[in-house]
Design a protein around this ligand. Structure first.
Ligand SMILES: [Zn+2]
Length: 374
């Protein structure tokens, strides 16, 4: 079969508007991979989600501001400009803009991810307006993103994953390589399995994380602590037998897929799975298909996989794979918050800042709080 040679080869066109006079300007391709979902945290309700902006144009597009509004009331929920814009709209490639430039430039062929956290009254529908410029510095352009519906599904409630304490709930939404901002693209889809992941680190009352040699995993305060099933559930996946490094500093990098170390995944029903990761080799006490009871010991805290110290990694996701899944929120049914690390770099060397005790019920632990499970 012969292909007909086109009479006109398309070149970069001058795009004209419907009236034929107003030039059109290219904007972004927009996607919202995971609908915002509501979770109670830090005494209020919060939603988190991401907006992906891809530049298919041949010239850079520079975002100057993004306004987030309640689509029902028009009320502003969040305004990203200048530093907050640069801190939360992250291009995957391209040089960073100078802070004084008050913009985020997305190069041709590049994508940027806006990481959004909203707190306070939860909207039913969310609107977004993106203010940007293209080739013309003095020609402001605006993109209205179609309204996004907030997923009203209540988060799953888990029993505490560990006993006693104190435990630091290590998580922060803005760490460049923290769970929240780590995107894995597998089987043709980019996902954030650790969107709500928490790393639980054992402490003593002075805030130390080690009883002796800080390089020895077994001398870490939380090491070998029983890990407890968060619900009556079926064991859906187990991986055991991955060895641990005897040195924390010399823990080697693992291949993609092995970073979770030894783990147990529990099927919580309704397409939700809880992942308990980095368990001590040989400690896993359950088998795939087995029913477990809420609070039952399923393994022990360890140092397997990619980790900078013994801890329990816990997240809930929508699929039975540590990486090929979207992270979804969960709450812990009851715990006592006793403090918080304002500077998580002090973990292990200094005590936390005392804030409590405050009894918490059905909340997702806030960033870097210190808790007791009693
Ligand atoms: Zn983790």
């Amino acid at each position: 079969m012969r292909y007909l040679r086109p009479l006109i080869l398309c070149a970069a066109p001058v795009l004209l508007g419907a009236a034929g006079s107003e030039p059109l300007s290219e904007s972004f391709d927009v996607s919202v991979p995971q609908a915002p979902q509501i979770v109670a945290t830090n005494g209020e309700k919060a939603v988190r989600y991401e907006i992906h902006l891809t530049n298919f144009a041949a010239t850079p597009l520079a975002v100057r501001g993004i306004l987030v509004t309640d689509a029902d009331t028009g009320k502003t929920l969040r305004s990203f400009s200048r530093r907050p814009l640069q801190a939360n709209l992250i291009p995957l490639t391209g040089a960073k803009d100078d802070p004084g430039a008050a913009r985020v430039t997305i190069q041709p062929g590049a994508r940027a991810v806006l990481y959004v956290e909203l707190t306070g009254p939860v909207p039913r529908r969310i609107g977004h307006t993106v203010d940007y410029i293209a080739a013309c510095e003095t020609c402001p352009l605006r993109l209205e993103i179609p309204t996004i519906m907030v997923n009203q599904t209540a988060p799953v409630t888990l029993a505490p994953p560990l006993a006693a304490g104190p435990w630091a709930a290590v998580q922060s939404p803005d760490w460049p390589r923290g769970h929240r901002r780590v995107v894995y693209t597998l089987d043709g889809k980019a996902r954030i399995p650790g969107r709500y992941a928490i790393d639980w680190v054992g402490l003593d009352d002075a805030g130390r994380t080690s009883r002796g040699d800080p390089d020895r995993p077994a001398e870490t305060i939380g090491y070998d602590a029983p890990v407890l099933a968060g619900a009556d559930a079926r064991v859906a996946a187990v991986r055991d037998g991955m060895v641990e490094s005897a040195s924390i500093a010399r823990n080697p990098d693992h291949v993609l897929g092995d970073g979770s170390g030894n783990y147990v995944a529990l099927d919580l029903g309704q397409g939700r799975y809880a992942f308990y990761e980095h368990l001590r080799p040989g400690s896993i006490a359950v088998k795939v298909g087995q029913r477990v009871r809420r609070g039952q010991a399923i393994g022990a805290l360890g140092f397997s996989g990619d980790t900078t110290g013994p801890h329990l990694h816990l997240h809930v996701a929508d699929s039975l794979d540590p990486l090929k899944a979207e992270g979804i929120p969960f709450v812990i049914d009851a715990y006592t918050e006793i403090g918080r690390y304002d500077d998580i770099g002090a973990l292990g060397s200094k005590p936390w800042q005392s804030t409590g005790p405050t009894r918490k019920s059905r909340e997702w632990p806030a960033s870097n709080v210190v808790v007791h499970f009693r």
